[in-house]
Design a protein around this ligand. Structure first.
Ligand SMILES: [Zn+2]
Length: 477
């Protein structure tokens, strides 16, 4: 069984349902969460060249085929920054055509409309997910249940009647859903923001965690650079990138941002929403850790739901050495808090294109005639190296090496996937490859992890791919 801490199965079907009859229970309709598509060579080409994935990667059928039992669904009202900024001059550009291919034309038009409201859109995406919650329909390949809290999850996992059921938990990507990121500069929004947080905290299926930042400034904190390559040329994330504009500062988290954090973490009603530090700038993350120490006595577990590591001087050429990824200091702060780090299946973020892997590129070309298993090993290596780095940093700091790791694939989150692992049904393949690589490492002469509490490669992979995050959710949700 597998678990994904960060995945977007709703993004494409919900987007494509705009202005069309919604057919959630028809798995042949691209508006259904169960819609699975055959991947063509042309699709692969678009994906490699432009970095957009024009097919669903996380169809629920795929989760079922890949034995993904539990997935934390990231609800994400797309930011208007996608259709504003530089793109408005491009009209029928190639990029726009690809955005439409990925999200649907009506959806793109909706984002561009002046009345588009993030919070309303968030509720709408949640409502879409609820349509088939708990529904058994012989027309569909399976059933899913939305989980309400940790106890509920524990009960569902123990219930043999729900053995084949997929369990889904809500989360949110980007606090723009509360701050109405269209007008992040308006400081008078505080009451409204806190009211919206209250509403979400009272949802039947309360989100487990939320990232404060995302691709564009939203009034909460400075954000890290998230785009690169062709996409970065037409999307402008420069405002408050890495540093708050003086009108928004001082520091890297705004006053409203701090009030928002306190409101989310308020647990008087037993309904707190944890914070996911992904997409925050490094400065904002440091300020957040300080706030957790000063105001919460470090008792709040910190989540980094999807991403990789920056590495250190000796090995940084093997990693994507930009601060959207974790420094060693981040890893220590998160592990010390009892938090979670989800490894993302994005080749750029995992460092696949870095100089340290130049020889790997050669090997990639050389591997064209290799068998499938060999190719799978090759494309799993960067994930393995990121995972090992986290374990080593923990070990060097007297923290348990294998307790904070999980998988947060970010499928359907505008990623450039690892070529052998394009869709969620490859979960068992990835786990198999990582087991082989880890086993080789643990039995190799240079291994630096010692006996690791007597765990073998298979047991460690089980923790990373399922039970670490499962136990965490039961304990903290
Ligand atoms: Zn995402």
């Amino acid at each position: 069984m597998y678990l994904d801490l960060h995945i977007h199965p709703t993004l494409k079907p919900y987007g494509k349902s705009y202005g069309k009859p919604r057919k959630p229970a028809d798995s042949t309709s691209e508006t259904s969460l169960w819609y699975q598509k055959h991947i063509t060579d042309f699709n692969r080409l678009i994906e490699s060249v432009l970095g957009f994935v024009p097919y669903p990667q996380s169809s629920l059928k795929d989760l079922k085929d890949g034995n993904v039992k539990l997935a934390v669904v990231s609800l994400y009202p797309q930011e208007v920054g996608f259709v504003k900024n530089k793109l408005q001059h491009l009209n029928n550009s190639e990029e726009l055509v690809n955005l439409i291919a990925a999200f649907g034309e009506n959806r793109i038009n909706t984002l561009a409309s002046p009345v588009f409201d993030y919070y309303k859109d968030l509720e709408d995406e949640y409502a879409y997910l609820k349509l088939l919650n708990g529904v058994s329909n012989p027309q569909l390949p399976g059933k899913y249940i939305l989980v309400e809290n940790g106890q509920h999850l524990d009960n569902l996992l123990k219930n043999s009647e729900e053995k084949g059921t997929i369990l889904l938990i809500n989360s949110i990507e980007g606090a723009h859903v509360f701050t109405h990121g269209n007008q992040p500069l308006n400081p008078n929004n505080k009451q409204q923001i806190l009211q919206l947080v209250d509403q979400v905290k009272n949802w039947q299926h309360r989100p487990f965690f939320i990232t404060l930042a995302h691709h564009f400034y939203n009034g909460v904190c400075s954000h890290a650079e998230s785009f690169d390559g062709p996409v970065a040329k037409f999307l402008d994330q420069s405002y408050c990138l890495n540093n708050l504009h003086p009108s928004q500062g001082p520091g890297q988290i705004t006053t409203i941002g701090k009030d928002l954090i306190r409101k989310l973490l308020d647990n008087d009603q037993n309904n707190r929403i944890l914070i996911d530090v992904k997409h925050m700038s490094l400065g904002a993350r440091l300020e957040f850790y300080q706030m957790m120490a000063e105001e919460y006595n470090n008792q709040v577990p910190i989540i980094f739901s999807h991403g990789g590591v920056m590495g250190e001087n000796s090995n940084r050429f093997h990693f994507y050495n930009k601060d959207i990824n974790l420094t060693n200091g981040d890893i220590i702060s998160i592990a010390k808090s009892g938090g979670l780090i989800g490894l993302e299946y994005d080749q750029r973020i995992m460092g696949m294109n870095e100089p340290g892997f130049k020889s790997r590129l050669g090997r990639t070309i050389g591997s064209v005639f290799k068998n499938k298993a060999a190719k799978q090993l090759l494309w799993a290596e960067p994930v393995f190296e990121n995972m090992l780095h986290v374990a080593l940093v923990c070990q060097q700091n007297n923290l348990p090496a294998w307790d904070c790791l999980a998988i947060g694939s970010d499928y359907d989150g505008i990623i450039n996937p690892l070529n052998q692992y394009r869709v969620a049904r490859t979960f068992p393949d990835m786990a198999g490859s990582i087991t082989i690589l880890l086993d080789q490492y643990l039995k190799g002469p240079g291994q630096k992890l010692g006996s690791q509490y007597g765990l073998n490669a298979q047991q460690i992979v089980e923790k990373v791919f399922f039970s670490n995050a499962k136990d965490f959710i039961i304990k903290h949700f």
